[in-house]
Design a protein around this ligand. Sequence first.
Ligand code: BJ8
Length: 429
Amino acid sequence: MSSFEIKPYPEVWQALDMDVPRFDKMRLMMGDMYAKAFLGQPNRPAAMTYFDNMIAEIHGGRVKELLAAKAEGRPVIGTFCVYIPEEIVLAAGGICVGLCGGSQGSVPDAEKILPRNICPMVKSAFGFKAARICPYFQAVDFVYGETTCDAKKKTWEILDTMVPTYVMEIPQCKNPRDIALWNEEVKDFKAKVESVAGKTISEEDLAGAIKVMNNKRRALQRLNSLRHHNPTPISGKDGLLIEQIAFYDEPVRFTDQVNSLCDELDERIRQEVAVPGKGATRVMVAGTPMALPNWKIHNLVEGAGAVIVNEESCIGTRYFKDLVDETVTGMDTMLAALTDRYKEIDCSCFTPNNERISQVVKEFRDSKAQGIINYSLQFCHTYNIEEIRIRQACEQEGIPYMFIESDYSPEDIGQLQTRVEAFLEQIGE
Ligand code: BJ8
């Protein structure tokens, strides 16, 4: 579809003190990448038009919504991790936006300052701010970081010199005293958001925000279980795209759109519409998050005729598998319920992390996949080392398994393509 364009908003970018000529080139490149990866797919659901439009408006339309919210005194908070309790931001009338970190384009800017041998997601995100080439980064009131991995927690100190960066301590274990500390951190986060918003969050505010976020997560769970149908009614690329858009779209509108898409997918299943076709080899991906516009593994797997039916990832099931208890009342109990929900996320930065090993096997069974591709970003020590336990569990369960460690550069694509094709041939037999 040559008519696709990510729309330019130079006046908005100028007002945000961005490097406009450079950003405009990135816009054109991302538009081309998107058109190639998504718009040529056969048999896309009609409801994907909304999500295509969210990409067309990613550099302007949604940014303007954020700026309008700021003009009303509502806080806009940038995040990099699914451990940040979004409900608190929503309850204060604010907006939580996952910041960009999935592009090779900003990595060289980061490498002028940060060491080269750290995770590409951290470098990409940092480079976007250092080079002033992300409107979201420019628009936020502050960034909320966390102490999950070494690369992130040390980068926050440097990032703080460019944009206010506050850090939430996420413990590394899940013993009762760790959970007690975590709960205190959630309370501090509420106080921080209240001070920026200039309002006190009431129980009603928080209860409403919990419902909004639970509904969003329910819609994503519904989409995920439709993808598990065999044959699946939607491509893995489109599934991943929606999971990525979840981090910057307005939650109520997004939930409605995901539910409309799911209605269409229900109908497709009734009519036996299969994407890419009946008998396509089914693959599950596990591992590190794939931030926009990281579509590398999905492009390779689906380019070879297979389909990805599940992402065990923070841009995937770790973001939406757990809900907050909606039945509790009283601010302290509600904040404890939030902590309870967030502690269920099984990131590899925890030790021990046995829950994740069983979760990967469970999602493999639920998704009716034929094999697992475990994906880790280069230099992510915790996911790279946890790979050993995932591999052992797959061996024990007889699950076909492949591990990929990669970054955002195109250099390893040829080699990965050969490996992916050999794996698909082995599991598709
Ligand atoms: S809860 S996975 S979003 S920390 S940045 S850990 S890839 S070296 S992103 Fe994450 Fe929160 Fe955990 Fe999820 Fe590794 Fe890179 Fe660190 Fe990363």
